[in-house]
Ligand binder design. Structure first.
Ligand SMILES: [Zn+2]
Length: 114
């Protein structure tokens, strides 16, 4: 059985960490928005950084959305349930991915059976 209080605490910590990651990436992107160097090699490096930062930003926002969704589900008492089949998500899976919204079987079939 998943301990709801532990799960909430872990999700809140993760949410804070992700929010920090988003704001760091955005601060970096603002910095990157300055005019590119005249040197083509420098430009390539700067463009690379921008892509990396943008990916971090997108990934962190997506994770943040999942974490907030998991917190909503905690509030409404649906937290340990798989959103697809309604069975309890395996505790080991929740330990690894506190924001998981599907059981291992549903997550695996979503990846393969599209
Ligand atoms: Zn399921």
């Amino acid at each position: 059985m998943v301990d709801i209080h532990v799960a909430r605490r872990r999700l809140e910590l993760r949410r804070d960490e992700l929010a920090r990651r988003v704001s760091r990436a955005e601060a970096g992107l603002r910095h990157e928005a300055q005019p590119l160097s005249a040197d083509p090699e420098e430009q390539a490096v700067e463009r690379g950084n921008e892509d990396v930062l943008r990916n971090i930003d997108i990934d962190a926002r997506e994770s943040l959305r999942r974490v907030n969704h998991a917190l909503d589900r905690l509030d409404s008492g649906r937290y340990p349930e798989c959103e697809r089949c309604g069975r309890s998500i395996e505790p080991a899976r929740h330990d690894a991915i506190p924001e998981a919204d599907r059981c291992a079987a549903c997550a695996a079939s979503a990846e393969t059976g599209r």
